[in-house]
Each structure stands twice: as structure tokens, then as C-alpha cells.
Write a protein that binds this ligand. Structure first.
Ligand SMILES: [Fe+2]
Ligand SMILES: [Fe+2]
Length: 365
């Protein structure tokens, strides 16, 4: 394969293995599609599936075949039956762990939007955003951005899988949200591209999947749960609930992230991704809770508990993610598996962003 391939948009480079299962999958993916050894992955029972490095990387390896794929890996692996069977074996303990983590949410009489609001109001996660706003060092902020790059460089893609599975009001609402996420069809306004600028401004490699080896299991889990919900039609309610919780807990933290970068001396190009979300997600949260999730449940009332499960699972795994970062920093450790290195100078010159006045976030106390 040519060295001149543009790595910005993927496919990602295969990461290193983290245990016997991910090693076996990586070994297989490097060769033409073939049947995996019988029994590989049978009776998987990790102590904590959400933080199990081998399990989460195995899931990520399988899921990525449905996104941009892996560099040098035959695209036919995407539908190889024995790999799909292995993925199902790995999904079983992961989904069970998510359900154990959040229990079975009950839907209040006031409806699913009220249930989402209750979950968000009760979400008292570790103060990651506040720490990034007020105290984090530039090195810690760069770590946070490297973690989040796994998602933000493909921002909105997992939730797009819901589109062909829906009709009616929920679909219209989802399209309205996703249209913003994809920059209304303008490359330089796509949220993934805004985030690429943040990575570049922080001197981090901005190519797709660049920080996978550095991302621990809990970071992969925040992504894998979206892929789990997105790739199973039976979990479409959970997928929409996840998106709603995401949007409903976005505006204030993003204001804090942007202010944290300004405190560290970063400019408007670096903060644009976060500034953009302050106002956009204040609108998205209303659309997501009422029009999208409310609209879904009006058409398919039986999906209400799934909506709340997806929201609760997203919030819970994000709390684990935040705790991991803060605990690592409190102990004087990196929160990444390997330190992030500065990126080489970009081969493509930065293109000036259009002059859209960013919101002027007031200082938060
Ligand atoms: Fe976004
Ligand atoms: Fe949004």
C-alpha cells in the first residue's frame, strides 16, 4: 500500500494486542479471511468486562470493520461468520455488565423525556469538566483530548446507524441533530473536523485512530457501547437514549472544556469544537429528549425502558471514564496506556476556518 495514503480519515492502523483473545483476532485479521479456530472466545467471563483490556480491544477490532476498517485488512472480514460469532461471544458479557451496572430503569408516569431528565439530574459523576476548566495541566488536557479522539474523529457516526431503522418523528428529529453534527454538509463545519483542529493545535496526531494504543479499556468501552447499540436493531431504543443523555449532559461541560483551554493559553481554533457545542447541544438536548426519544416511544411504546437503559448505561460508563482520569492524575500517573507524543508537522497546511463568531462563554465559578 502506498505511503502517500491520506491517513486523516482512516482506515486506522491495527493496534497492539492486549491479551490472548485480541492477539488471536489481530493475527487472523492480518491474513485473508478464514474461519477462526473453533471455541475461540467461548465461555468468556472476565471479572470486569467494562475494564477488561483484552475484551474491549477485541470488541473494538470487530466493530471497526463496520466503520472505516483497518489498514491492510481484507474488507471481507466485516461479514466473516466466525468472526461475527466471536463478536457475539464478546458482546454477551459486555452487555450483561452494562445491565448489571444500571439495573432496569423504570419509566415514570410522566413519560420517557421526564425519565431522561431524572437520570441526568441524578448524574453526579466525578468532576472531570471542572478539573479541566480550573486545574488541569496542558499535559493532562492533551491526555483528555487523546482519549476523546477515538470518538470525536468519527463523531455522530454510531448514532447514524439508527436512521434506516426508524421512521416518523424520531427519524426526523435524529436527522435534525445529525445534520448539525455533520456540519450541514460542510467539511470545515463537521464536528469531527473541528476536533481535528483541536488535536492539531495541541500538537497531537490528528489522524483517524492515532491514539488507540494509548486508550485504556474504559475509553474503548465508551465507544464500544455506542457500536453495540448501533449495530443491533433490537437496541435502537438504547441507541437513541444514549444520544439523548449525551446531548443533555454536553452544554455545560463543553463550556468548561473551552474555558480550560483558554486558561492554558490556547486560541479560538483550539476551542472552537467545544464552543460550538455549548449552544448547539442546548438545542439538541430538547430535540433529543422530546422529539426524538418521545417520538420513538409514541410510535413504539415498548421501547421506553430501552431508551432509559441506553441513557443510563452511557452516563454510567462515562462516570467510570471520568473517575479513571481523575484517579490517575491524583496518583501522579498518566491516564493513558502510553504517553502521547507530539505529532510531526502537518503535511497539509491548516485551512483558515470561516469566520463564525463563537459564543463568548462567561467565566464559570
Ligand atoms: Fe457534536
Ligand atoms: Fe450535539
Amino acid at each position: 500500500m502506498s505511503e502517500q495514503v491520506d491517513r486523516r480519515y482512516g482506515p486506522a492502523t491495527l493496534p497492539r494486542s492486549r491479551g490472548p483473545l485480541s492477539a488471536a483476532v489481530l493475527d487472523a485479521l492480518r491474513r485473508p479471511p478464514h474461519d477462526l479456530p473453533a471455541g475461540l472466545g467461548a465461555n468468556l467471563d472476565p471479572a470486569d468486562p467494562i475494564t477488561d483490556e483484552d475484551l474491549q480491544l477485541t470488541l473494538f477490532l470487530c466493530y471497526e470493520l463496520h466503520y472505516r476498517g483497518w489498514r491492510g485488512v481484507d474488507e471481507a472480514w466485516e461479514w466473516q461468520p466466525t468472526l461475527l460469532a466471536l463478536r457475539a461471544e464478546a458482546e454477551r458479557p459486555f452487555e450483561a455488565a452494562l445491565r448489571r451496572l444500571v439495573g432496569a430503569p423504570s419509566v415514570p408516569a410522566a413519560g420517557v423525556a421526564a425519565g431522561l431528565a431524572e437520570l441526568v439530574a441524578a448524574d453526579d459523576g466525578p468532576p472531570l469538566a471542572l478539573t479541566l476548566q480550573r486545574r488541569a495541566t496542558l499535559g493532562q488536557f492533551r491526555e483528555f483530548v487523546a482519549h476523546r479522539s477515538v470518538y470525536h474523529l468519527r463523531e455522530a457516526d454510531p448514532h447514524s446507524w439508527a436512521l434506516p431503522r426508524l421512521g416518523g418523528p424520531a427519524k426526523a428529529a435524529l436527522v435534525e441533530i445529525q445534520t448539525d453534527e455533520y456540519g450541514n454538509g460542510r467539511l470545515d463545519r463537521m464536528h469531527a473536523e473541528l476536533f481535528r483542529r483541536t488535536l492539531q493545535r495541541l500538537g497531537l496526531d490528528a489522524s483517524y485512530g492515532a491514539h488507540l494504543d494509548a486508550a485504556p479499556a474504559v475509553t474503548l468501552a465508551t465507544n464500544n457501547l455506542m457500536s453495540l447499540f448501533g449495530l443491533h436493531r433490537r437496541l435502537r431504543g438504547a441507541l437513541l437514549g444514549h444520544l439523548a443523555a449525551f446531548e443533555m449532559t454536553s452544554s455545560l461541560p463543553n463550556r468548561r472544556y473551552g474555558n480550560g483551554l483558554r486558561r492554558l493559553g490556547l486560541d479560538e481554533v483550539a476551542t472552537r469544537f467545544y464552543d460550538e457545542h455549548v449552544e448547539a447541544d442546548a438545542v439538541h438536548e430538547q430535540i433529543a429528549a422530546h422529539d426524538m426519544c418521545g417520538g420513538l416511544v409514541r410510535v413504539e411504546p415498548a421501547l421506553a425502558p430501552d431508551v432509559l437503559f441506553g441513557a443510563a448505561a452511557g452516563l454510567a460508563v462515562d462516570r467510570l471514564f471520568a473517575a479513571h482520569l481523575l484517579d490517575s492524575w491524583a496518583a501522579g500517573r498518566s491516564s493513558l496506556r502510553t504517553p502521547v507524543a507530539p505529532a510531526p508537522p502537518p503535511k497539509v497546511p491548516l485551512v483558515a476556518l470561516p469566520t463564525v463568531a463563537p459564543p463568548a462563554p462567561p467565566a464559570l465559578v
